[in-house]
Ligand binder design. Sequence first.
Ligand code: UFG
Length: 331
Amino acid sequence: MAILVAGGAGYIGSHMVKDLVEHGQEVVVADNLSTGHRDAINPKAKFYEGDIRDRKFLDKIFDNEDIEAVVHFAAFSIVPESMSKPLKYFDNNTGGMITLLEAMRDHNIKYIVFSSTAATYGVPEHMPIKETDPQNPINPYGLSKLMMEKMMHWADKAYGIKFVALRYFNVAGAAPDGTIGEDHGPETHLVPIILQVAQGKRKELSIFGDDYNTPDGTNVRDYVHVMDLADAHILAIKYLEAGNESNAFNLGSSTGFSNKQMLEAAREVTGEPIPAKIAPRRPGDPDSLVAASDKARNVLGWDPKYDDVHDIIATAWKWHSTHPKGYDDRD
Ligand code: UFG
């Protein structure tokens, strides 16, 4: 039996595939390569190039392969882009989920592990954020993912498709062996941008706002290593296979770091000065987002290995410093 990883050529998906393959699992990757990279696809996985909104494409995979569970990463995920192009997000993310669930129903695939997000919570009422807290997204990206969670809920009730929604906080880092990593075009995320400044690819970091209601005035986020995140998905698959009910879990470290603290940590890791300036706020950024992640630890048995942002940044630095052009640099 194989696991289908939708979006397995993307940043998080490719690390998931690596983790599954290293656990001896048979893996099938589906990806339309719109944001993923052909070179990020694990050579031990079987690859189907296509779009999950294409029902015939999904039927081909489910007819040809013996799929026991789907892990679904195939979505757009850039918050500012979703503000200017909301329908692109509802089409690909929310629309894609309709086709995927219909195909799963018709091919009798019973389990799905889904990449949800802290962005489904909107502006939290208190910190750390619990899974039971209100979900009121403040951007189309977060809403597109919340709608996908709700669709899975009703697909479970009607068709018995069991799901685990994993609500990621800020994912960073790269495979410790330096073979795969983060490569977005254009890059919008804090850690890779800081490291591009360290490499001299950018002149300076713009810190978006220093007048937030946080200890040093810059936004506070909860960073989790991409391989720890992948481990949580493997545990979620096992949880579903053991016959448990559908569920949702936060994935974070439960510790907040400000943008200034992340910059300082990156200066220590890289030994580079990394020039920075304060720039205007970026629309849609809540002051702080920190997860309560004890539910994933207690129920799934999740035991994240990276509890220091320096170590997370160090794995990202290994990838960026050996692949300054991202996947274009790979052999
Ligand atoms: N930031 C800067 N300068 C930059 C880039 C980012 O100051 O050049 C700041 C942002 O303003 C924010 C912090 O760094 O305060 C983190 O920003 P990212 O873009 O790296 O991450 P986000 O917190 O905006 O978003 C991430 C994921 C989303 C997810 C969200 C949930 O990218 O998919 O976490 O917390 F929804």
